[in-house]
Design a protein around this ligand. Sequence first.
Ligand code: NAD
Length: 267
Amino acid sequence: MGIQERNQTVLVTGASSGIGQGIAIAFGQKKANVIINYHSDEEGANHTLEMIKKSGGNGFIHKADVGNEEEVITMFQRAIAEYKGVDVLVSNAGIQKDNSFAEMTLEQWNKVMNTNLTGYFLCAREAIKHFTQKEANNPDAKAIGNIIFMSSVHDIIPWAGHVNYASSKGGILMLMKSLALEVAPKKIRVNAISPGAIATDINDDVWKDEEKLKELMKLIPYKRIGQPEDVAKVAVWLASEESDYVTGTTIYVDGGMTLYPGFVDNG
Ligand code: NAD
């Protein structure tokens, strides 16, 4: 039976808003069981769950700080017990704490690293421990587990004033590739999605401001801001058997932001 035909169990971190919420709902539409991780916004998490149930999926909300080892372990134990296993981890929870480099506090640096990079490590480690207990039947079998890391175009585009954030996303690139290499023989796939500008809470100061939005459009050759659904569709595909031969790859969902937009008029 194909992975899309039976009910997948998917754990999405930071699923109370934005891209994580969009992804959780998209998996719900595929009738998946979705563990909706949230940090503080219980109302948002409940809204995600409601949307999932409306579209025929199932799930529960679970409060945990992805940067806290104990809380991550407990979250996976609960998910595995409840649904007799997890098939997909979407490690998505991420934050920004912006500042000029000289002004950046150690707390701003540590907070971003702890959520955006250590949090991805902790969640991926629990997922891998669980996946490796499953039987990988033979070399021709499909993947027994899937990890999707939510990175950013800032894993390759430098970002002044956001050195902590860009460093965390650059770190995810090598976390993803090295882990993908290590676990590919075990039939576990690991990929990343790097969104460009997607309209969510993380950047609402930009897309809600007409002037700033106009400036942003200069960086997007495709001339529209992305929506969580643009990213969610790619996540669903990356978790499906349709993409079974894809591992260790980053998919840029960015309307061309990584294409050096300044050269659009001949340079
Ligand atoms: P968002 O602020 O709506 O979502 C981030 C989510 O992470 C929130 O639900 C928040 O509660 C959760 N979170 C924060 N700290 C957490 C913690 N310690 N433990 C658990 N959850 C925590 O913003 P978003 O745009 O949906 O961001 C989602 C991911 O997409 C992030 O990793 C972000 O870096 C990435 N991203 C976003 C954009 C964009 O333009 N929106 C672009 C590139 C990458």
